[in-house]
Ligand binder design. Sequence first.
Ligand code: NAP
Length: 504
Amino acid sequence: MTFEFTGKHLIAGEWVAGNGTFASSPAHGPARDFAVGTPDLVDRAARAAEEAFLTYGYSTREERAVFLEAIAEEIDKLGDEITEIGTQETGLPQARLVGERGRTVGQLRLFASHIRKGDYLDRRHDEALPDRQPLPRPEIFLMQRPIGAVAVFGASNFPLAFSTAGGDTAAALAAGCPVVVKGHGAHPGTGEIVAHAIHAAIKRLGLHPGVFSLVQGGKRDVGEALVQHPLIRAVGFTGSLAGGRALFDLCARRPDPIPFFGELGSVNPMFLLPNALSARGEAIAKGWVGSLTMGAGQFCTNPGIAVLIEGPESEAFVATAKRELEGVGAQTMLTDGIAEAYRSGAKRIEGSTGVQAVLTSTCDLRNATPYLFATTGKAWLENHALGEEVFGPLGLVVTVTSEEEMVKIAGSLAGQLTCTLHLNEPDTTLARRLMPILERKAGRVLANGFPTGVEVCDAMVHGGPYPASTNFGATSVGTLSIRRFLRPVSYQNLPHAILPEDLR
Ligand code: NAP
């Protein structure tokens, strides 16, 4: 690599060392030392962000669009270096990192064009009715305004697209909110190099340096201090249910509670309706295995559960899935901790009543090979723990005795990011019964496909009822995700000369 890492935090334009360091733990390549974050640094970053808001929060949409595009350009300039460090730290293949970089700069550019259009401001206007009886009506405008400094927790499994300059950061900056990122300990070097790109864009455009800071992790008190800081107005988080819930609770316990937009776990069930199963069972099984094992199964949209009606077709489906999974080699997982959680999650499923092991794994420390388990609808309905996410390439086939039982399984689900239907035309009646249930359970319902691969676009919802996310009214992917960092303000009877520029 030619890029020289500082190993420091970026606090409002300054590269700052801490009191101690932690060593990165790359899948391959050299370990590097990074400064440990502290609550003091969080305080510096949050204060600078609030100061920056006084200008950035009132910048024009065009100015922010140009900034987002400049970040994308700076990331593109560092392209190969970013891919190299990202691959080393996460163990993800090079092609995946290249694709993820494309997605990251694509998101930044999409937000630039989105705010230029201005629809997201949701501008409303009620004209004055001075002669209305019994009371006149004042003139009222409404518009969405940025909320202030936003904290972002990068994800372990998307070192670029859901991290330092990822979707949360892009949405917040587009809205007019400065950002303080808490770096993920699994990829501190990737975090630093992307922070350099953002820093370069800030310098090039002469923006207030407090618009962006990166505080590396290393100790739990960094994240705790960040979500409790009085100047932080909202949090974007992607990670585990336990971590997300702990931070959500801290936000709720603040003297001034703030929204915590946590994108957490999901098992993304697939329902194979009878006609589709008998007509296309083998193809669906093969497609499932591809989706289940992609990126070592470390996707929040990984379809971990397949529900189908018992019979020869369900047996054939399990046999095909097993055969295909046996052909999938060991893949490196993101961290030792995630690999350990994968193994212990698999043991928990294997030890559950009514579960049969179809394929067990021989993975060692940071490697994963797939697991396949099978159970009955009855055992599933009696044990809610079978519906808890195991992060990795683990599939559970749930065979039910009837359509009625399939509907019951749908009704028993916890909140999901996605639910999938595999159906042919003759399955329409059953699908119509399932739809009102599934759309209450998931942020996205899809048909005849697989949920991995989340399109970044206007109509995407990546969220869902708890525990898929902590806020079922929001999405963390797509242009609607900007809504998390805005709040509506009414302007009543104001002289037009003092209205915000976007309303004049
Ligand atoms: P994680 O352990 O929740 O960590 C995510 C971030 O939150 C890290 O920066 C972590 O800091 C911080 N954090 C977690 N708990 C905290 C606490 N109690 N106090 C303060 N900070 C805290 O998740 P992960 O390591 O990224 O991934 C592991 C799990 O996340 C997976 O098993 C999977 O279930 C889930 N996941 C879900 C998605 C999704 O899109 N829904 C994506 C990726 C991962 P430290 O590292 O410093 O502890």
